[in-house]
Design a protein around this ligand. Sequence first.
Ligand SMILES: Nc1ncnc2c1ncn2[C@@H]1O[C@H](COP(=O)(O)OP(=O)(O)OP(=O)(O)O)[C@@H](O)[C@H]1O
Ligand SMILES: CC(C)(CO)[C@@H](O)C(=O)[O-]
Ligand code: BAL
Length: 294
Amino acid sequence: MTSYAATTASRTTKPILYSTISSFRKFRRNVLPTQSIGFVPTMGALHEGHLSLVKKARHHNDIVIASVFVNPTQFGQGEDFDKYPRQLKQDSELLADHGVDHILAPSIDDMYGNHHATVVNVKGFDNIPEGLARPGHFQGVATIVTKLFNIVQPTNAYFGQKDAAQCVLIQRIVEDLNMDMTVVVMDTIRERDGLAKSSRNAYLTPIEREAAPVVYRSLKTAKQLFDQKPNASSAELVAATRNVLQSEPLVSEIQYISIDSKDTMQPVAQPKAGAIISLACKVGTVRLIDNIVL
Ligand SMILES: Nc1ncnc2c1ncn2[C@@H]1O[C@H](COP(=O)(O)OP(=O)(O)OP(=O)(O)O)[C@@H](O)[C@H]1O
Ligand SMILES: CC(C)(CO)[C@@H](O)C(=O)[O-]
Ligand code: BAL
């Protein structure tokens, strides 16, 4: 891996936008085997969380590629696929400002065609709390990420810890399918009041936005309890988290609070340092997820 010498500010060229996989492939065939490629897959509506991944990729690779694709197969029935924010022009400008060289933004038709029949299914992920809350979600993510990795063939791919189970899933795929690349997981970027940055925060009304930091506060309460009492059971830590969440009247539904192994995301009864406490809840009608490492 080579280190990229120029600073973001000194870059003047605009990224090249590819709206078809075939046009992207023409460029990809000309990348030299000695050039490292940093890849940041996204669904767009970019914020500082995404940009932290881009900055890391820029720093450590010769070429930086971002994808913007709202993947229909990872959204369940009744989820927000239709209303998910789409703002490719604004996203392209942000990616340009942060030194991205190439943007892949294919259509759904181009990505899935009429006869798409292959899926990638990583065993066990339908049964973890986020998989149970979103049936089919992880198969959709595994399939699109595998497809994107085949198209881009990155040296390094960058993901955010905010989607903790997704990170474990993708590391599993890369290892199991012998992909010659590295997965880099970056810390969750937060608002000043602790709310994890997310494209879906835009759905919050002002009053819900004020209430939403309760999510991170509840997780921090569990962490504090664990720090004071390292033999606390998962049940105790979950109860403490739940209490904080329930103290906020705008939390309308708690889908799960779970303490899981950092390697498999399977729930553990007796956590050790390094385990992940994660939760999904609704503030008003908006579904938020977050997690922290114990
Ligand atoms: N706050 C954050 N800090 C660090 N990385 C993040 C953050 N939010 C998202 N990411 C990462 O950015 C990548 C693209 O995520 P995605 O486009 O789904 O954004 P998002 O804001 O998480 O959207 P949403 O949660 O609404 O689906 C993923 O690897 C994701 O984990
Ligand atoms: C990895 C990803 C881009 C796949 O669609 C998506 O799940 C996301 O944005 O986290
Ligand atoms: N950031 C994970 C993408 C999703 O919620 O579908």
